[in-house]
Design a protein around this ligand. Sequence first.
Ligand code: GTP
Ligand code: MG
Length: 381
Amino acid sequence: MQQYQTGPNKEDLYMGFKCGIIGLPNIGKSTIFNALTQSKNALAANYPFATIEPNVGRVAVPDHRLNDLASLNESLSVIPTYMEFVDIAGLVKGANEGEGLGNKFLGHIREVDAIAHVLRCFEDENITHVNARLNPVDDLKVIESELLLSDLDILLKQQELYTKKIKSTDKELKIKLEIINQLLTQIDANQEINLDEIDSNFIYFVDELNLLSLKPTFYICNVDENSVVNGNQFTNDLINILDNQKSREVILVSASIESEISNIESKKEQNEFLDALGLKDTSLDQVIKTGYNLLGLLTFFTAGKKETRAWTIKQNTNASQAAGKIHTDFEKGFIRAETISYNDYIEFGGEQYAKNAGKMRQEGRDYIVQEGDIFHFLFNN
Ligand SMILES: Nc1nc2c(ncn2[C@@H]2O[C@H](COP(=O)(O)OP(=O)(O)OP(=O)(O)O)[C@@H](O)[C@H]2O)c(=O)[nH]1
Ligand SMILES: [Mg+2]
């Protein structure tokens, strides 16, 4: 029997989620990307299509619990979980037919777990808007329709492929072709896709098609500095429209405030700056919270002198699968998990004290991991 000491250093094992940033040109996507990744890697400039090739940035998921656990354990190494942002070229009406930079960059969005759709909700006559009038509700529709058209392309290609492949005896191919046709009919009739009528045994097939309109999406309203707490008419109009859509997760961000915050190095000074503006969280904190909720993710920890580390998994993951996230051997030879909740760990002042107080639980492989659990995995080699 062995106790968990340290995990392998495979990057993808501790990735929180990948988030693609999309929207019309010149609305602040790269400015927000730079703020989120605390970098100046993306060119932010006052003309449309400043971004051509996507910018990619990784950022440590800020989590005070990780730091609390590390200081209690005087850990030599502290390893957060990471997430990745991809800042994509702006889309315009007709991108599907090659307008602007076209929609070839949407291929990058297919790779991400969640979409952050940025909408310009600030007025500034010096910043060019690609349409004559600022109207974020129209802008939302333009982008959504471009995503749908790109899904339409995919579905038509698949339809052709499956029609060629299909043999009368092949039941599964037949069902798949039927699903493709169903989705195409939905687009034709309603200009949207929904999965309500799709055979639940074949949702996996729709997932494999990786349609952009079905990606978990949240909305970042880029507002002026005065609207960041309560929003403005633009954001109210948007929220009204989004109420009837698949997701109404809306984050208010002022790209200009965020750029200022990202220039402040100390967390304490950042918090003072946020307080003065009446804000609770940075945009990164908000994006992470929203993304974790939308994607059904949670964080567990492993903690000790050598290393304290945060891990991201899907909700409803059991203890042996969580152990497998650290090392496949842990899952194969899983015996049990010694578990303390974060609150107990902190309240009693560390592992030993929590254990003495009877707060260390012995959990089996089917135990469903809870947010903030701290684990030792015991396994057979
Ligand atoms: N007034 C104001 N200007 C902003 C704000 N956010 C961004 N800008 C300015 O808008 C211009 C475009 O910003 P970018 O971040 O390059 O926009 P983008 O969406 O990445 O643009 P493309 O890559 O060309 O699609 C820059 O001059 C920014 O400084 C904001 O909240 N308020
Ligand atoms: Mg840009």
